[in-house]
Design a binder for this molecule. Structure first.
Ligand code: BES
Ligand code: MG
Ligand code: ZN
Length: 508
């Protein structure tokens, strides 16, 4: 690859906004608290510049707004970024996340190497975050905002820094310790998420089932407690994983089933495990049921569910929860060709169930059904799958929320609570018997497409038929995985699912 991505680190320092040293100082300002004592002091030192921009109406401290000031030697740091947090009583966790990400992003744009963050003062109780959680959120968001995907850009003029250090400053020694604890965790999830974004952003001529498997193996080699087994096409054939094989058979690159295994220190052999299953279709052309040309390039992101699992396994293996976790990533390239599976084919899946193919573009469920059945064979009592599964889910929920379905209310609640903690939003959808009915075939056990309506629900209902006893939930991230990026985010993958899955596993 052409070059290294930005190396991001996050630290906590005992300092205030006058004593810290760096290239940029970011200070949070509430819309309704212009008299905030620290800001007042700062303004005094700057000779009233803050009051001036406020009077001019150039900076009202609305959430999402910023104002850059130059200190011209009046204080130690040359650049000051006022960061609007909106009205104090309206502050949401998400506002803090967005503010920290925006600061890190501006720091990269300004080619700063060190940015000081003073964003977490006077956070109202209504936000329900303790200092440690604040530290985690600031670290995660700083990692998120500083991310750029430019490994293929060869233009030497676009000189961005090779590294960024974000320093959270606080003058209260008691808070420093808590902040540091949070940052330690936040940097793990933040970096895992950025790792996921890079792999997801890489095009299909770089990441295919075989090279993705190599990335997973490399990941496991670098972390203790994490193991990687890869089933190649020979082993997939021997195990009769007909779904994964069918989807990949039209491609020059063969399919793989990647199995990552995290074992906690001192785990007993028969401890119940959690299975995370992610769809990694490294390119979805639709196959013989070819997709229209417009936007087809975005189907390189059809591996995003699998990569969310890859990123989550990285974070989990570093954070070392007490539960055993399997990360299963079925990977195939869905291509038209003389060897492709066809509409009308009947495929025997790993479970033994047969599926009549009515549309080769409904391929995600065909690889997931084998991996879900395999997860249960491995001993997973709880299974969560995540996939860019249906356009219908995007139609239903838009680009900010993933669909959440499953067979167990408690599990759904646990995922919702992980979602609330991490800001990766999910929304419940049904997938009960009515939808299962639609997936029955007249000539096989099931067919791979339902009727015209409720496509996200019928897809999930199909998957439910491959779960025997396990508690199972399904996250359809088609909307957030491919086009989810906000206008402020770096173009490409946002690494959705890494924080959600990690928080879910850690909460158990
Ligand atoms: N990968 C697509 C789903 C998708 C669509 C992801 C848009 C991201 C954005 C999936 O494999 C697919 O093609 N689904 C079909 C299913 C249909 C044929 C039943 C769809 O949604 O159209
Ligand atoms: Mg498809
Ligand atoms: Zn697909």
């Amino acid at each position: 690859m052409a070059k290294q991505l930005i190396n991001i680190s996050v630290k906590v320092q005992k300092a205030d906004i006058f004593t810290g040293a760096g290239d940029l100082l970011a200070v949070g300002v509430f819309e309704d608290m212009p008299i905030h004592s620290l800001i007042k002091q700062l303004d005094k030192q700057l000779g009233g510049d803050i009051e001036k921009v406020q009077k001019l109406g150039d900076f009202e401290a609305k959430a999402g707004s910023t104002c850059l000031l130059y200190s011209a030697g009046k204080i130690k740091i040359a650049r000051i970024l006022l960061v609007g947090l909106g009205k104090r009583k309206d502050l949401k966790t998400e506002t803090v996340r967005q503010a920290a990400a925006m600061v890190a992003s501006k720091a990269v744009d300004l080619k700063a190497k060190t940015v000081l963050l003073s964003l977490h003062n006077d956070i109202p109780g209504s936000v329900k975050l303790n200092t440690q959680q604040l530290g985690q959120i600031l670290a995660e968001s700083a990692c998120f905002g500083a991310y750029r995907y430019d490994e293929f850009i060869t233009d030497k003029k676009s000189k961005r820094p090779t590294s960024l250090t974000a320093i959270i400053i606080d003058s209260d020694s008691k808070k420093i310790l808590q902040l540091r604890k949070g940052v330690a965790a936040g940097i793990i999830t933040g970096q895992a998420q950025n790792f996921a974004r890079t792999i997801a952003n890489r095009p299909t001529n770089v990441i295919n089932p075989v090279t993705l498997a190599a990335e997973a193996r490399k990941l496991a080699q670098g972390i203790s407690g994490l193991r990687c087994t890869i089933l190649d096409e020979k082993q997939l054939k021997a195990k009769k994983m007909g779904g994964i094989l069918a989807v990949g058979q039209g491609s020059a690159t063969p399919s793989r089933l990647i199995v990552l295994q995290y074992t906690p220190p001192g785990a007993s052999k028969n401890a119940p495990a959690i299975g995370l299953v992610g769809k990694a279709v490294t390119f979805d052309s639709g196959g013989i049921s070819l997709k229209p040309g417009a936007g087809m390039h975005e189907m390189k992101f059809d591996k995003s569910g699998g990569i969310a699992v890859l990123g989550a396994m990285q974070a989990i293996a570093h954070l070392k929860p007490k539960t055993k976790v399997y990360g299963l990533i079925p990977s195939a390239e869905n291509m038209p060709g003389t060897g492709s599976y066809r509409p009308g084919d009947i495929v025997t899946t790993y479970s033994g169930k047969t599926v009549e193919i009515q549309n080769t573009d409904a391929e995600g469920r065909m690889i997931l059904c084998d991996a879900i059945a395999h997860a249960e064979k491995l001993g997973c009592k709880t299974i969560v799958d995540i996939a860019t599964l249906t356009g219908a889910c995007v139609v239903a929920l838009g680009q900010k929320r993933a669909g959440l379905m499953g067979n167990n209310d408690k599990l759904i609640e646990q995922l919702k609570s992980a979602s609330n903690k991490t800001g990766e939003r999910v929304w419940p959808l049904p997938c009960d018997d009515e939808f299962v009915e639609e997936m029955k075939s007249k000539i096989a056990d099931l067919k791979n497409v339902g009727g015209k309506w409720g496509g996200a629900c019928t897809a999930a209902a199909f998957l439910s038929q491959f779960v025997e006893k396990a508690k199972w939930a399904h996250v359809d991230m088609a909307g957030v995985g491919v086009w989810g990026a906000d206008k402020n985010d770096a173009p490409g993958s946002i690494g959705f699912g890494v924080r959600l899955l990690t928080a879910f596993v850690l909460s158990r």
